[in-house]
Design a protein around this ligand. Structure first.
Ligand code: NAG
Ligand code: NAG
Ligand code: NAG
Length: 384
């Protein structure tokens, strides 16, 4: 398949706002329908195992096998892990500054992690058995986006793992603290844990984590990487340095990382750090604890990586803060945008694949009547 050329890949609309009623599931089923009826894709190993029974729109969607379908849709777009550069929004080129350290898919050594103490079973909530598309909560959209990100990379040998931890609640501090022990626990099983708040999303869904790890200089020494907050007074620690935001966390397993997470969780006991107990309930909780204390203790080169706010925090409509979230968007104050971000993530790629299918099927879809004249002359006809 010659599609897409790098040129076309580059032109993926960054942030289109198509009519939002373009329903994700319906579009997906259209693609299945076209794909199944297309000789080019029908021959592929992945789709040939579908039976019509599995994929017809009227069948119960819970029984259809999306596991192989989603990688198949995204496969032509996936950006190579070792690519020297990436063209982002507004045609900004990001170039690797050194040879890539990650050259092979990390696959199931990476966990993409959602954590919540709430039951999420209200209307449109993730843990509801069935949800109404129009009642989709931003929280559900965020989690589905994370899940989708993991699924699509199944096309590359094997994808990352995804888990949602329904966590117990703390009784002695704010619930945002719960990510700290849960990431620590996940690091017992996985080499890398990528944690995201439900209002944080990947912006370029065809860009693998390994490429980002290369771009962000993650090394074997790295314990954790987090994005800087916007540079404003209320985001600064006691030393006047801008805080790190815990909405997007890359953590790497090691005995030293385990120790760091333990010390982080225990910060509020003040055994080690005087005055940390105020961060039990005072905003910004575990973020302030890490920024005020932990990051100065773990100060080895590349142990704690501060990701640029412009790359891993914020979103374009808050561009005045300097944080436009090129790679990871974090919709702090406009959580509703999480829903349109998920819609873009599905429709951008699916629409391009639909267009591709239309072209592959031109002999069936196109009647080229441009050789005739209107009104039709005697003897002319358009054969349809
Ligand atoms: C990665 O490290 C190089 C130096 O080794 C530096 O020039 C570059 O800015 C770093 N990249 C990021 C995204 O911090
Ligand atoms: C703890 O807070 C008190 C009161 O704000 C301050 O005087 C003291 O220096 C702080 N201790 C440390 C170690 O920061
Ligand atoms: C339709 O036919 C005209 C005249 O033969 C040709 O120039 C044109 O490229 C055709 N269009 C398509 C889409 O094939």
């Amino acid at each position: 398949m010659q599609f897409p050329t790098p040129e076309r890949r580059r032109r993926l609309p960054a942030n289109c706002r198509w009519p939002l009623s373009l329903v994700l599931v319906l579009v997906t089923f259209f693609v299945i329908f076209f794909a199944y009826n297309s000789p080019s894709l029908g021959d592929s190993n992945i789709l040939s195992s579908y039976s019509l029974e599995d994929i017809k729109p009227s069948s119960d969607p819970r029984h259809s096998d999306l596991r192989r379908l989603i990688p198949q849709i995204y496969k032509p777009f996936i950006h190579p892990i070792t690519a020297e550069s990436f063209i982002g929004d507004n045609n900004v080129e990001y170039k690797l500054t050194q040879p890539p350290r990650f050259t092979k898919p990390l696959g199931r050594n990476v966990l993409l992690l959602d954590v919540d103490t709430r039951s999420l079973d209200g209307e449109g909530g993730m843990m509801r058995d069935e949800i109404d598309y129009h009642a989709l909560t931003p929280h559900t959209a965020g989690m589905l986006g994370h899940y989708l990100y993991v699924r699509r990379f199944l096309a590359m040998i094997h994808g990352y793992d995804y888990k949602f931890i329904q966590a117990p609640s703390y009784t002695d501090r704010h619930q945002t603290w719960v990510k700290v022990p849960m990431i620590r626990e996940a690091l017992k099983t996985y080499d890398y844990v990528v944690f995201m708040d439900a209002d944080a999303v990947f912006n370029h869904h065809h860009l693998p984590l390994e490429w980002l790890f290369n771009h962000w200089n993650i090394t074997s020494e790295t314990l954790i990487a987090m994005a800087l907050d916007p540079s404003m007074d209320f985001n600064k620690d006691e030393h006047g340095n801008v805080n790190l935001n815990t909405g997007f966390i890359i953590a790497q397993a090691s005995p030293r990382a385990t120790e760091m997470f333990n010390i982080w969780e225990d910060c509020v006991t003040e055994d080690r750090y005087a005055n940390c107990s105020k961060w039990r309930y005072e905003w910004s909780h575990e973020q302030a604890a890490f920024s005020n204390y932990l990051r100065y203790e773990y100060s080895g080169e590349s142990e704690v990586i501060s990701l640029p706010c412009a790359e891993a925090n914020g979103y374009p409509s808050r561009a005045e803060l300097g944080c436009t979230g090129e790679f990871v968007r974090h919709f702090w104050q406009d959580k509703g945008q999480t829903v349109s971000a998920l819609q873009d993530a599905v429709t951008q790629y699916t629409t391009l694949r639909l267009h591709e299918q239309f072209h592959n099927q031109l002999e069936h879809t196109l009647v080229n009547a441009t050789d005739t004249t209107l009104p039709l002359q005697s003897g002319e006809e358009v054969v349809i």
